[in-house]
Write a protein of this length. Structure first.
Length: 131
């Protein structure tokens, strides 16, 4: 939402990520479809990975660095706080392969309380604080 509010053509991508050959979330299109068709309110975790695409194969991934530090014992000093690079460079450097399945925030809006439109409007009116 922050990137869109600043004029970037950013899209949320929902899918799976593989690290060192291991699927991290066991996400597949059938489970995503069942979750979308479910009428239950979502208040628990979702078994999926979300990242931002800026086009031209560029990925912004805020969740993967922390996961690699916790689960793969990568020293924090070797991990960026946010991964921003091409998919091919992330695969080569971190052995992380993103597997896109859905494009856009509509799935998240329908399956949990996230509303991208409200977030974009909020950040346009109240820009994030720069440190």
């Amino acid at each position: 939402a922050v990137l869109n509010s600043k004029g970037y053509n950013a899209e949320l991508i929902i899918g799976e990520v593989e690290i060192n050959g291991t699927l991290e979330f066991d996400t597949n299109i059938d489970t995503l479809r069942r979750e979308l068709d479910s009428q239950e309110d979502r208040s628990d975790d979702q078994e999926l990975h979300v990242w931002v695409s800026l086009g031209s194969d560029v990925i912004v991934d805020c969740g993967l660095p922390d996961r690699m530090i916790k689960n793969y014992k990568v020293q924090e000093k070797y991990m960026p706080p946010i991964m921003i690079d091409t998919a091919s460079n992330l695969s080569r450097q971190f052995r992380a392969r993103h597997q896109p399945m859905l494009l856009g925030a509509e799935f998240l809006a329908k399956t949990n309380s996230l509303n991208m439109g409200e977030l974009i409007n909020h950040y346009k009116k109240h820009p994030p604080i720069r440190y």
